[in-house]
Design a protein around this ligand. Structure first.
Ligand code: SF4
Ligand code: SF4
Length: 174
């Protein structure tokens, strides 16, 4: 799943920059916490919608990943973005220890022998959103209720993340 140009560098690729980014966001969240109620609420809603997807994602993974000839995470060029860090801070989730990759050619540092070593809630949204073709085929064969629930949750997460970021910027910019 290559979603970014290889000419781009991941933000906060070094441990120092990553920690500085997390500390800065946490600092602002703490300073403005009394005025960030809406952003906290959005993050909490996003968290709920994310959790509502995890069982289905675990099932899809169980049906496909064990026999995968070329695991997507070993060739992915993806990273956590600002919304991901902000979500962790607002949702009370400890930020993972480092960015996924430092250079576009790197493999994700969280890829272990049995798949991703991060709990689903701590993975960047792009990792949760991505369904490979076999998983998409299985989802398309599932009931319309399951598909509808999946697409509604995805849309709610996208909207919630944008609102959360907009509100955070609005409050902390003045
Ligand atoms: S999500 Fe798809 S491509 Fe990625 S490891 Fe699982 S089966 Fe393979
Ligand atoms: S964080 Fe996990 S799911 Fe995302 S690319 Fe890395 S190993 Fe894969």
């Amino acid at each position: 799943m290559t979603v970014n140009s290889h000419t781009l560098l991941p933000p906060w690729g070094s441990i120092a920059l990553w920690e500085e980014a997390g500390d800065s966001i946490n600092y602002l969240v703490n300073i403005y916490k009394d005025r960030l109620t809406m952003a906290f609420n959005q993050a909490e809603q996003v968290k709920g919608h994310l959790k509502s997807l995890f069982h289905l994602l675990d099932e899809l993974c169980f049906m496909t990943c064990l026999w995968c000839p070329e695991p997507c995470c070993s060739r992915a060029t993806v990273w956590a973005d600002f919304k991901d860090l902000l979500f962790f801070c607002l949702a009370g989730e400890k930020i993972p220890p480092a960015q996924l990759i430092q250079q576009p050619a790197d493999s994700c540092r969280y890829l272990g022998k049995r798949g991703c070593t991060l709990p689903r809630i701590k993975r960047p949204w792009i990792c949760t959103l991505y369904l490979c073709p076999p998983q998409n085929r299985i989802l398309r064969r599932s009931s319309s209720g399951v598909q509808e629930k999946f697409s509604q949750a995805v849309q709610a997460i996208k909207t919630g993340r944008s609102r959360m970021e907009d509100e955070f910027i609005r409050i902390t910019s003045f």
